[in-house]
Write a protein that binds this ligand. Structure first.
Ligand code: SAJ
Length: 421
């Protein structure tokens, strides 16, 4: 069957489902994008794209205009079903919450037909596809490997570069059998320029988690080096760059903590599979989760000689140059500082909605005693530094990401880079 006559039904129009749906539509498939959020679907029909991601609005609007992408609240019969729903963890127990994967799978049951391919893209604990998804799929009498083909195809794209990475990155496909994997490969080949590697389902599930855990543990190591460097009085940023000159070393960078909906969450999926053998993974999680408290203590110490200091937070997104604040370490830092009695004002020109009030630049820094940079937005190096200098009361700046240019010091600010002991 050629692309033109193939129909794909994508369940979940979030950060992965929507770009994926539009990408398939742009490559000739007929795509039904499904989301249970009626408001989201209604807005999308009216051309409003709910996610801020470079190039996405244009791609989605073109796909909708071409009628190759339609958005709906219910699935339809199709050749391929792709599940792209969130898999969060419980805040307290850190246990995976797979309700959305289960209900998305149940929701497609009435529409499944012999010969269909079902793909899971959501990040899941190892063995989820075999132990949870497949038993649900077989409830309506169709037999996997005979009537239905199933593969696990994890997304690997970086927020801020989703569209480029969807096309350029290699992909891992874990099939329940070779035929399923080959069918999935054929589909993704329509737009993936990277290599597509085929394996079994459990390996693919584990590979996805291993990638994000690698980053979490590596960042924890960098954060530990930051604390040691403060103690012994060296610059951790320079030390890491020098260590990375070794051909087999790639230490990541420290910061105020690990945010986002992947790296701070996914390690718990491996812990859930085998709590006993995952001491390192749990320790890394704790190290990164403790960074906001470390930052708050450093700030309190820096400001101890100032009476009733006002603090301005620069950047509340979970990382630089994006507007996404999910699980951002800034949330804990602001709440801890407020609890300790500091007046905190927030400035982030990339963020549209946040649980604390967002101030325009002048109001955010007026009479402020300290700017704390928590996200490395490039825009912070293009601001009117003389104006900021004149608006502030005390000219202190604390840079937790080592991202401010030397112009800040040249403009007269007292810049303290966290980790530069
Ligand atoms: N961070 C550091 N130091 C670093 C790098 C990152 O403190 O050296 C922090 C960031 O500031 C941020 C957090 O870690 O708070 C996570 O940011 P990130 O850029 O490492 O990752 P995400 O969560 O935006 O995207 C990750 C990516 N995974 C990997 O690079 C292995 C992406 O490719 C995945 O698709 C995504 O998770 C996902 O959906 O799983």
């Amino acid at each position: 069957m050629d692309n033109m006559s193939k129909k794909i039904c994508i369940i979940g129009l979030g950060y992965i489902g929507l770009p994926t749906a539009s990408m398939f539509a742009a490559h000739g498939y007929n795509v039904i994008g499904v989301d249970i959020k009626e408001e989201l679907v209604k807005n999308m029909i009216n051309g409003k794209v709910p996610i801020r991601e470079p190039g996405l609005e244009t791609l989605v609007q073109a796909a909708l205009k071409s009628k190759r992408l339609e958005v709906k609240i219910k699935p339809e019969k199709a050749d391929v079903f792709i599940i792209c729903v969130p898999t969060p963890i419980d805040d307290t127990s850190k246990k995976p919450e797979l309700n959305q994967v289960k209900s998305a799978t149940e929701n497609i049951l009435p529409y499944l037909q012999k010969g269909n391919l079902v793909l899971l893209e959501s990040t899941v604990p190892p063995l989820t596809t075999q132990k949870i998804v497949i038993p649900i799929l077989e409830r309506n009498g169709l037999k996997v490997k005979e009537d239905l083909f199933v593969a696990y195809c994890p997304e690997r794209v970086l927020p801020g570069k989703i569209l480029t990475e969807l096309v350029k990155n290699d992909r891992i496909i874990g099939g329940i059998d070779v035929r399923s994997a080959e069918m999935a490969k054929e589909l993704y080949k329509s737009f993936v320029e990277g290599d597509i590697h085929i394996t079994d389902i459990a390996t693919a599930e584990m590979v996805k988690l291993m990638e994000n855990v690698y980053r979490d543990v590596n960042i924890a190591l960098a954060n530990e080096y930051l604390k040691v460097s403060e103690m012994i009085g060296i610059d951790v940023w320079k030390a890491i760059l020098l260590a990375n000159k070794h051909p087999r070393v790639n230490i990541h960078f420290p910061g105020p903590g690990v945010g986002g909906h992947c790296i701070a969450v996914d390690p718990w999926f491996i812990v859930d599979a085998d709590s006993e053998d995952t001491v390192l993974i749990k320790t890394a999680r704790k190290t990164n989760d403790d960074m906001p408290s470390f930052v708050v203590n450093v700030i309190e110490n820096e400001l101890k000689d100032i009476e009733n200091p006002i603090i301005t937070v620069f950047g509340v997104a979970y990382k630089g140059n994006i507007g996404d604040t999910r699980q951002s370490p800034a949330i804990k830092i602001i709440s801890d500082l407020s609890e300790r009695g500091f007046e905190v004002r927030v400035y982030d020109p990339l963020v549209k909605d946040f649980q604390y009030e967002l101030f325009p630049l002048e109001k955010a820094v007026a009479d402020s005693d300290c700017i704390i940079v928590l996200a490395d937005h490039s825009i912070f190096n293009n601001l009117d530094l003389q104006a900021i200098f004149s608006w502030m009361r005390t000219k202190k700046v604390m840079d937790t990401k080592n991202c401010l240019s030397s112009n800040w010091r040249k403009a007269g600010f007292d810049v303290r880079v966290m980790g530069n002991g």
